[in-house]
Design a binder for this molecule. Structure first.
Ligand code: IPE
Ligand code: IPE
Ligand code: MG
Length: 231
C-alpha cells in the first residue's frame, strides 16, 4: 500500500468503459454500470485506507442525459439504490459525501437519497468523496460567473472564480485518471485540472483495481511537477 505524501491530496477519476466491458462479455450495458459501481466502492475503500483527503468520481455527465432513456433511468435507479445501501459503510469509514453538478436536474428519488447521505455524513472527518453528477466543467464555470455577476463583485480574478465553483473548499486534483482507453477529458473539471498529472489507463472501469491505482500513485511520485517554473 502506498504511503501518502503531503503533495497528494486529491485524486479525480473519469470512470469510463462500463458499457464496453459489458458488451465485450455479451451482457447489457446496464450490467457494466452495476459492476462499475462495485469498482467504485473498492476504490473508495482503498483511498480511505491510505487516508487520501479528497476523491472525486465522475459518475454522470450533463451530456450523458442524451443517452437512451432506458440506460439513463437504470443508471439513476442504480445510483439511488447504492447511495441508500452503502450509507452505513460511508459512516463506518468516516467519509463525507458531496456532489458537484446540477443537482436539480436529477430525478427526485436520487436527490432524496443524496440529500440524506450528504446530511448524515456532513460531520464525518475522514475522506471527502465528491460525486460529479449531471456535471459539466463548462457549466460549472458559467455558474460561477453568474454568481459573481449577481453579487455585483468587482475585482474579478482567479480566486473569485474559484470561490464560486461547486466545491470551493476542495483543492484542485493532483492526479486525474481516465480508464477505458480514450484520451480525452469529456468536460470534466476544466478549471481545476490546469496542473493535474493525467493518467490514461487502458482498463475498462469495472476491471480497474486498487493495484492499478497504487501503481498510478507510484508513477505520480516519479513525475516532476514544475507548475511553469524550471526544475
Ligand atoms: C462510464 O461508462 C459511465 C457513464 C458514463 C455513466 P460508459 O457508459 O461511458 O461506458 P463506455 O465508454 O460506453 O464503454
Ligand atoms: C465521461 O464518459 C463521463 C463519465 C465517465 C461519467 P463518456 O463516455 O460519457 O464520455 P465520451 O462520450 O467518451 O466523451
Ligand atoms: Mg464512455
Amino acid at each position: 500500500m502506498p504511503i501518502l505524501s503531503k503533495e497528494l491530496k486529491h485524486i479525480a477519476i473519469i470512470m469510463d468503459g462500463n458499457g464496453r466491458w459489458a458488451l465485450q462479455k455479451g451482457m447489457d450495458r446496464e450490467e457494466g454500470h452495476i459492476e462499475g459501481a462495485e469498482t467504485a466502492k473498492k476504490i473508495i475503500q482503498f483511498c480511505s485506507n491510505i487516508r487520501l483527503p479528497y476523491l472525486t468520481l465522475y459518475a454522470f455527465s450533463k451530456e450523458n442525459w442524451n443517452r437512451p432513456k432506458r440506460e439513463v433511468s437504470s443508471i439513476m435507479k442504480l445510483l439511488s439504490k447504492i447511495i441508500k445501501k452503502d450509507l452505513q459503510s460511508l459512516m463506518d469509514l468516516n467519509i463525507s459525501l458531496q456532489i458537484a453538478g446540477e443537482e436539480n436536474e436529477l430525478p427526485l428519488h436520487v436527490r432524496k437519497a443524496l440529500e440524506l447521505a450528504i446530511q448524515k455524513t456532513a460531520n464525518n472527518t475522514g475522506m471527502k468523496v465528491i460525486l460529479a453528477l449531471s456535471y459539466s466543467g463548462r457549466e460549472e464555470i458559467v455558474s460561477s460567473l453568474k454568481k459573481i455577476i449577481n453579487n455585483k463583485s468587482k475585482n474579478i480574478n482567479e480566486d473569485l472564480v474559484e470561490k464560486h465553483l461547486y466545491c470551493p473548499e476542495v483543492p484542485s486534483p493532483d492526479i486525474l485518471i481516465r480508464t477505458g482507453g480514450d484520451k480525452r477529458i469529456s468536460n470534466f473539471l476544466l478549471w481545476q485540472i490546469a496542473y493535474s498529472e493525467i493518467f490514461f489507463e487502458e482498463e475498462q472501469w469495472p476491471d480497474f483495481r486498487a493495484e492499478n491505482l497504487s501503481n498510478i500513485i507510484e508513477r505520480f511520485y516519479e513525475r516532476k511537477r514544475t507548475f511553469g517554473n524550471i526544475a
